[in-house]
Design a protein. Structure first.
Length: 104
């Protein structure tokens, strides 16, 4: 019985830590979730892709980083960004979001 309880405690700990993750100065892909990253959002909204998963961004807005519908805007391109914050469930809570320049 102790082994079962111990095993369940380990599984619960691993699943909680897998969902919540802190990022510090991490380079990620950033774009409009609906237009470029395949989310089911009904409006244009800023999202990031990190380790193959897409997260909605909280703490900054798609319109704070230029015209989203410009040629290199989030609705038309996937950009790189340096971010800090925390992943919680399906959201990335941003404390820092720096859009990196396009490489030409």
């Amino acid at each position: 019985m102790k082994k079962i309880i111990y095993s369940l405690a380990i599984i619960a700990t691993l699943s909680v830590s897998a969902q919540d993750k802190k990022l510090k100065n991490q380079i990620v892909e950033a774009s409009c979730g609906m237009c470029q990253l395949g989310t089911t959002d009904k409006v244009c909204a800023l999202s990031i892709r990190y380790e193959g998963k897409v997260y909605s961004v909280i703490g900054t807005d798609i319109h704070k980083h230029g015209n989203a519908h410009a040629e290199d805007g989030f609705c038309n391109a996937i950009r790189k960004a340096k971010v800090s914050g925390e992943i919680k469930d399906k959201n990335f809570i941003s404390t820092s979001f720096e859009l990196l320049p396009n490489k030409k």
